[in-house]
Design a protein around this ligand. Structure first.
Ligand code: NAD
Length: 350
């Protein structure tokens, strides 16, 4: 499979390492509007061709699939262009900046019969996959209550660099630059973690969002710092279960921690994912009486990168699909409406 990488920034470097390890995958081209970044990327990963625009790469055309690793606001136009040229697309999350565009992208991929998959990275966490299997097997009974959180601290700490000085953080803080803040950036991950792990879709959502003061005039250079950096949501799932989901970039002491707790009428489970590793624990059977939790060992699972390659080879889209991501995007859109109206919103899937 000949793969082109659109956008050669932080996440593209991570993706390139993953794709390069998969037998049969050739990284044939890099594309970036920033010539310096493009050159450094191509040199580092041994990529033979570099293009300044997607149009130029498509005119050359010698690739089967495109991985779209541009900023969120660029996904829509570039993905549609690649699909129109007959290329399979692996797109970074969030699929787009709003659900209408995301559904349009899903329809375009489906109509063209091309693979359209989204990099909801935490599907690669084996403990999440195992948790879902436990829920679907019925071992915890009917799901009644869900708690999901995604905590980061890059607005407090410099462990990932200084957000005041780097464009890769600044675009994430600015609505004008197409960001829906922490909700669009990692809210999409935690909603997927909750929905996938608990085996339930979101039916209704209420949400509060906040962008805190963080620079003089809340502006740095061309970036207005107006996108939310904390959110807390309550959700109702399609089986009637209730849940809370929240995320923040102000969570001191947590570089990148996701936690999911799912409680059924016969047991509970917890998935904890941190940069240092993941843990799945359950409380089942007689242990319920003593509130004793046991850790479970799980086998590694295929990554999204491996599944995308398999999908391109067979021509059959696998999870996580564009349509799934568009449905999640609808939940995020309704969360923004809920904040504006201070009113719960219906967010059922299409
Ligand atoms: N799945 C995950 O866990 C995960 C983690 C980090 C980032 N992401 C996603 O990956 C995407 C990229 O994030 P990043 O951190 O790598 O950002 P980044 O700013 O480091 O890199 C983006 C690159 O795209 C380039 N670019 C912008 N517009 C372009 C265009 N029209 N054509 C070609 N190149 C263009 C920029 O010059 C830059 O080099 C975002 O959508 C982000 O949400 C996902």
């Amino acid at each position: 499979m000949r793969l082109a990488i659109l956008g050669t920034g932080g996440m593209a470097n991570h993706q390139a390492l993953h794709f390069a390890r998969i037998p049969g995958v050739m990284l044939v081209a890099g594309i970036d509007t920033d010539a310096q970044r493009l050159d450094a990327f191509c040199a580092k990963h041994g990529v033979g061709k570099g293009f300044a625009t997607l149009d130029a790469a498509l005119a050359w055309g010698r690739f089967d699939a495109l991985t779209n690793v541009t900023p969120d606001s660029v996904h829509y136009e570039t993905t549609l262009k690649a699909l129109a040229a007959g290329k399979h697309v692996f797109c970074e999350k969030p699929l787009s900046t709003d659900a209408a565009r995301a559904f349009e992208m899903a329809e375009a991929a489906e109509k063209a019969g091309l693979v359209g998959m989204v990099n909801l990275t935490y599907r690669n966490v084996a403990e999440l996959q195992a948790a879902r299997q436990l829920v679907l097997s019925g071992v915890i009974g009917e799901v009644r209550h869900v708690e999901a959180s995604y905590l980061q601290s890059w607005l407090v700490s410099k462990a990932w660099g200084d957000w005041r000085a780097e464009s890769k953080w600044l675009w994430r803080l600015s609505k004008k630059h197409g960001s829906n803040g922490v909700l669009g950036d990692i809210g999409i991950h935690i909603m997927d973690f909750a929905v996938y792990g608990a085996g339930q879709d979101v039916e209704r959502v209420f949400c509060r969002l906040r962008a805190f003061h963080k620079a003089p005039g809340d502006r740095i250079g061309e970036y207005d710092l107006d996108a939310n950096d904390s959110f807390s949501a309550t959700v109702e799932f399609d089986n009637g279960a209730l849940g809370v989901a929240h995320a923040s970039r102000w969570a001191t002491g947590h570089l990148n921690d996701l936690r999911l707790r799912v409680y059924g009428d016969r047991g509970g489970l917890e998935v904890l994912h941190r940069p240092t590793g993941s843990i799945l624990s359950t409380c089942l059977g007689e242990d319920i009486e003593t509130a004793t939790w046991s850790e479970r060992k799980v086998e590694p699972v295929e990554t999204n990168y491996q599944r995308f390659v398999a999908a391109v080879l067979t021509g059959k889209t696998l999870e996580p699909t564009f349509r799934h991501a568009a449905n999640l995007q609808r939940v995020l859109d309704e969360a923004i409406v809920a904040e504006d109206r201070r009113q719960e919103q219906r967010a059922s899937k299409a």
